[in-house]
Design a protein around this ligand. Structure first.
Ligand code: SF4
Length: 108
């Protein structure tokens, strides 16, 4: 299945989420917190691998849009709705020290 097909499938799933339910109830990342938040002193290469795995889950998640909006509006840390802290920073929803940006600025 191509990335476009995965996203289209997710949009179809999103249509069937019952109104009035908390979007978090439909998150496909339940129990996988370690994929979405960095361990202490995580190296950039490990972060890239971890976030790539997280992104795969997000691509098939029926509440991706709600999750992404929530993280942007609340300036959350971690990987949410298919976006890293750096992605949100670049979209104008920054946190105090977005992890990818901080790591890149520290690189000579
Ligand atoms: S979009 Fe990603 S981070 Fe958000 S609830 Fe779904 S799987 Fe979890």
């Amino acid at each position: 299945m191509s990335n476009a097909e995965v996203l289209e499938f997710a949009e179809v799933l999103e249509f069937h989420i019952p109104r009035g339910t908390d979007w978090r109830e439909h998150a496909v990342c339940k129990g996988k917190t370690k994929l979405f938040f960095p361990p202490k002193a995580e190296r950039p290469q490990a972060r890239a691998r971890r976030e790539a795995q997280a992104d795969l889950l997000c691509r098939g998640c029926p509440v991706r849009t709600q999750c992404q909006d929530f993280a942007r509006e609340n300036h959350e840390y971690g990987f949410w709705g298919g976006e890293s802290e750096e992605d949100r920073h670049l979209a104008g929803y920054t946190v105090a020290a977005p992890i990818g940006v901080r790591a890149r600025l520290a690189t000579p």
